[in-house]
Design a protein around this ligand. Structure first.
Ligand SMILES: Nc1nc2c(ncn2[C@@H]2O[C@H](COP(=O)(O)OP(=O)(O)OP(=O)(O)O)[C@@H](O)[C@H]2O)c(=O)[nH]1
Ligand SMILES: [Mg+2]
Length: 259
């Protein structure tokens, strides 16, 4: 059976790489096979060793040199070069014969979201068995305005990349219980969110409406966000069970015997 591809996507520094690594460790500890794939050609130093690394094919500093580009232009060129190399990368992944491929995407969200090459990558690795885990950065999501902004980003990602999506509240260990409860409440109830927006900013009504918030749901945003922490391990099991539900209609994949 094709491996399940889980793309970790989110704004710069929201915890994608750390979670990719933490979730692999968690899956392995549960007896599942999972490999990690780094898709960021510009990653300077990763705190984990990815099993498959786009930097073995494309390195940002070389793209800058070879094409005479600055860092941003090189990122775009590298994203496009990825599409040319993905067949080969896919063959390497196939050699692992694994249950899960955990994919760490570039820090610049727009690179993965807006470049056509991402769709080529998703198709080549198997669109039918692919899903996005969108990370909400807690420092942004903890205010009503920041939460709506995160929701719009999530909706944009889902609109561009039409595969199932999970919403995660990343680094939840840095939030107080009160903040966590608020964010969870907003994700489950548009009226609560709208009311908090009004409390925060009396002009909210001129910018967004409850109907606007509800409309975001049609592109996949606005589902309950799952609180997760790579530091404490909270929520990792929830990612697994929700991903399983989406991938297989709730069926658990057979866990290999440990004896
Ligand atoms: N407290 C806490 N810190 C975390 C957690 N996950 C990541 N961090 C920290 O957040 C910072 C950014 O984490 P990364 O995993 O590099 O984030 P990223 O989204 O991969 O970053 P870019 O690839 O640069 O966009 C690091 O200092 C991590 O140690 C978490 O669950 N809890
Ligand atoms: Mg990273």
């Amino acid at each position: 059976m094709a491996a399940k591809n889980l793309y970790f996507v989110g704004t710069a520094g929201c915890g994608k790489s750390t979670l990719t690594n933490a979730f692999q460790t968690w899956l392995n500890n549960q007896g599942y096979d999972a490999i990690t794939l780094n898709l960021d050609p510009g990653a300077d130093s990763l705190l984990y060793a990815p099993d498959v690394d786009v930097r073995d094919w494309i390195k940002l500093d070389e793209v800058m040199r070879d094409y005479g580009l600055g860092p941003n232009g090189a990122q775009i060129a590298a994203a496009d070069l990825l599409a040319l190399n993905i067949k080969e990368i896919s063959q390497v992944i196939a050699g692992y014969d694994t249950d899960y491929v955990l994919i760490d995407t570039p820090g610049q969200l727009e690179l993965f979201t807006f470049r056509q090459s991402s769709l080529v990558v998703i198709d080549e690795l198997g669109r039918e068995s692919s899903m996005i885990a969108f990370l909400f950065d807690p420092s942004l999501a903890k205010t009503p305005n920041g939460f709506v902004s995160s929701l719009m980003l999530a909706a944009t990602v889902h609109f561009r990349l039409p595969i199932p999506m999970l919403s995660l509240l990343s680094k939840v260990d840095v939030l107080s219980q009160k903040e966590r409860d608020l964010v969870k409440g907003w994700s489950e109830d548009y009226y609560a969110l709208f009311s908090s927006l009004l409390d925060e900013n009396v002009d909210a009504q001129t910018q967004v409406s409850v109907e606007f918030l509800q409309a975001l749901e049609t592109v996949g945003a606005g589902r309950t966000v799952i609180p997760v922490s790579s530091d404490t391990g909270e929520g990792l099991e929830d990612i697994y069970s929700l991903a399983q539900q989406i991938f297989e209609g709730g069926e658990d994949i057979e866990r290999p015997s440990r004896d």
